[in-house]
Design a binder for this molecule. Structure first.
Ligand SMILES: Nc1ncnc2c1ncn2[C@@H]1O[C@H](COP(=O)(O)OP(=O)(O)OP(=O)(O)O)[C@@H](O)[C@H]1O
Ligand SMILES: [Mg+2]
Length: 463
């Protein structure tokens, strides 16, 4: 049996001779044993070692053994307890079993009796461990399956076709880390899944982790796992993300938000492909690929010393940038058609059609929320629409906020640009002329002259 699977036993009995003898009996066996002759000594050992089994004498001087049993079952629910009772004290035995003791032994007993009791407990503990590991794997697998269903990627624009090509190339290099950038809702997680499921890692786990959603104190143990008893709340051994994604892909979403102290540890793990659980010394080999994503300018984070340059280099062996939807308007129509199809089926409205005015309207919109926003708009329209045709009224978008592409801006006409800049500065400063002049870097009098000259409105047009 591997060292980390050895059962740890604590013997708590006030008779020193007894604890020594029993402990001696375990020396050559497959158990690690600890001795305590008072409740205080026992508690100290329980907090510093991940004890699996407690052999407890319920007749300790000055304390009620049943109270100790209640306390340990509460603090360490996965630890098993065998109680030792005096001959004829059936009442205590019944109470102890009701409080969750696994077995009991009546003094005097033969070492053989205790060996049998421990082996029984050991089998039970091993089963529990295996079950726990399976549960952890299962929850990730079912998440992977769910995600698999939602991984159709629609697009016809040259820009998105290039993203596709890059994703397929990344799938063919299963050991290269990939960094995906792009605004929120552009499909970064979708592309990450496509890379995973198109390559040889597809039969292993795709584990998606959003590090900004996990508290900093928990992050290390979530990534590296922990050993039972290594900190308050660590009641069982736990695999970390790196171990769970052995053979598969670890998707690190919002990578730019990763705390600095963890960045160093992630860098080491990704270089060495070896991890050590919190509170343990054993080194565990694991073969994962990291795909990370961010909608922040990660180079700026590096400049501000919020992100390690060496980790960035490690993560972006391959870099895929997904352009915003407004930069590839050709994709709006096929995407909308796809989402209408999906939601019309889901909400049982099979004969729904989309009028051309909807496409015209959406082509003029700038989609700050990208594909996610388009998807939500389609879902909402289908839920609320009464007839069989989706019209412009079913899409509450304001086309005026579409920002003109750079080449549409009147870039050479000085006057027009000056007027536009002044209007923008006034609006941003809530029509406070001093603040607008400061923002423009000119004197307030100069601003007043220009406002008069160009007859620019100085009040909020919405008032
Ligand atoms: N090209 C596409 N085809 C089909 N669905 C898409 C496409 N791009 C994005 N989606 C859908 O849009 C939604 C948002 O995509 P995703 O979660 O991958 O975006 P993201 O870039 O990771 O966003 P965030 O930065 O907010 O996490 C998802 O429901 C996804 O299925
Ligand atoms: Mg995402």
């Amino acid at each position: 049996m591997e060292g980390k699977d050895k059962i740890k036993i604590l013997i708590l009995d006030d008779e020193k001779q007894f604890t020594e003898e029993l402990s001696g009996f375990f020396v050559d066996s497959n158990f690690d044993s600890f001795e305590a002759n008072t409740a205080a000594e026992g508690k100290k050992i329980l907090t510093s070692h991940a004890i699996d089994l407690l052999i407890l004498d319920v007749r300790l001087p000055g304390v009620n053994g049943l109270d100790i049993l209640k306390e340990v079952k509460n603090d360490y629910p996965f630890m098993e307890v065998i109680i030792i009772s005096a001959h004829g004290d059936m009442d205590t035995v019944i109470k102890a079993m009701r409080l969750g003791a696994f077995d009991y032994l009546r003094k005097p007993f033969r070492f053989l009796d205790i060996q049998i009791a421990i082996e029984r407990t050991q089998k039970y503990l091993q089963m529990q461990r295996r079950l726990k590991q399976m549960e952890e794997k299962n929850s990730l697998i079912s998440k992977s399956l769910e995600e698999k269903i939602d991984r159709q990627f629609i697009g016809v624009s040259p820009k998105i076709l290039e993203v596709f090509d890059q994703a397929l190339a990344a799938a063919n290099y299963p050991d290269a880390n990939v960094l995906i950038t792009g605004e929120s809702g552009t499909g970064k997680e979708n592309i990450a899944r496509i890379i995973h499921y198109s390559g040889i890692r597809k039969d292993h786990i795709f584990g998606a982790v959003n590090s900004s959603a996990i508290t900093e104190t928990l992050l290390e143990s979530e990534f590296f796992g922990h050993k039972k008893g290594s900190f308050t709340g660590a009641i069982t051994d736990k695999m970390g993300f790196f171990e769970l994604c052995n053979g598969g892909t670890l998707f690190l979403d919002e990578i730019a938000d990763m705390p600095l102290n963890l960045q160093a540890k992630i860098l080491r793990a990704s270089e060495e492909k070896v991890v050590t659980r919190v509170g343990d010394t054993a080194q565990i080999r694991t073969n994962f690929r990291i795909i990370s994503a961010t909608n922040h300018d990660i180079n700026k984070r590096v400049e501000k010393k919020k992100f390690r340059l060496d980790l960035l280099h490690r993560l972006n062996t391959l870099h895929i940038h997904i352009p915003a939807l407004r930069e590839r308007p050709e994709d709006i129509k096929p995407l909308l058609t796809h989402f209408v199809d999906v939601f019309a089926t889901k909400f049982n409205k099979p004969s729904l059609r989309v009028s051309t005015e909807v496409f015209d309207l959406l082509m003029k919109y700038d989609f700050p929320g990208n594909v996610r926003e388009l998807k939500n708009l389609a879902e909402r329209a289908i839920i609320l629409c009464k007839g069989n045709t989706l019209g412009a009224n079913d899409f509450p978008v304001a086309p005026k906020i579409k920002t003109p592409p750079a080449d549409e801006v009147d870039s050479v006409n000085l006057k027009n640009n000056e007027v536009r800049l002044i209007q923008k500065a006034l609006k941003k400063a809530n029509y406070n002329q001093q603040a607008a002049a400061n923002a423009l870097g000119i004197h307030r009098d100069a601003l007043s002259r220009k406002i008069k000259k160009y007859a620019i409105a100085t009040l909020d047009p919405g008032c």
